[in-house]
Design a protein around this ligand. Sequence first.
Ligand code: ATP
Length: 256
Amino acid sequence: MTQTRQAKPAISTTADVPAVELRRVTRTYGKGDTAIRALDGVSTSFPNARWTAVMGPSGSGKSTLLHCAAGLEGVTSGEVLVAGADITGASDEELTTLRRDTIGFVFQSFNLIGSLTAEQNVALPLRLGGQRVSARDAKEVLASVGLADRGKHRPRELSGGQRQRVAIARAMVTRPAVLFADEPTGALDSSSAKTVLALLREMVEQSGQSIVMVTHDPAAAASADSVLFLSDGRIVDHAHRPTAAQVAERLAALEV
Ligand SMILES: Nc1ncnc2c1ncn2[C@@H]1O[C@H](COP(=O)(O)OP(=O)(O)OP(=O)(O)O)[C@@H](O)[C@H]1O
């Protein structure tokens, strides 16, 4: 797997093109009387080089929104644009290219490969993209998340916070224009969560990457630039740089 890496697709990262745009997106599960409308005509833009959190009560459609926005799930109707490109009718091959070159993922459950070392996990996206990766490259990225001395460790030999930092390093290595994070701090203690949130902030400030993050945690949401609130598959509220207390208050109002 050492062929020359293909040029990145022409993605726009200019400030006036949103990182992700949803236009009248509906996602229905099932049919007939038992059909569930998980997303109900959602139109919104996730700005470029900004971090947006998505919150809402359980079952409000947060994960569905993230999956549709990232091309992991198709929409029932409406359009999804990532970095200006319409991915609504994209083929599996186009989506694979998008996932390899333009977007990254960080999940609550880390999704590291247990048989690979931290270094090998970090290098994996580049190897899958056909690039030769030196151990030094992987080490540099691990050092940037504070794990310079853990490169040879396997996931089971790392703490939860360290595993998530490996997952973030893996997501950073391809410099994705958009990072989708699903409960990235959900399995972490508050000190590890702070470290992870600081790393996400660095991705936005230093590399101009965009983050769309689903979370249940008001403190995590308050680390973002803005917060969208979903209820019953619709966007019902929006807050710019709220405090954790303000986020908790708005969420409580939706949960009654
Ligand atoms: N694969 C599926 N098949 C059927 N219904 C689904 C499926 N996935 C999600 N749903 C339903 O769609 C709605 C939205 O689910 P979603 O997982 O997006 O909510 P959420 O806000 O992420 O919830 P939570 O906070 O509990 O993770 C829920 O009513 C859920 O039961």
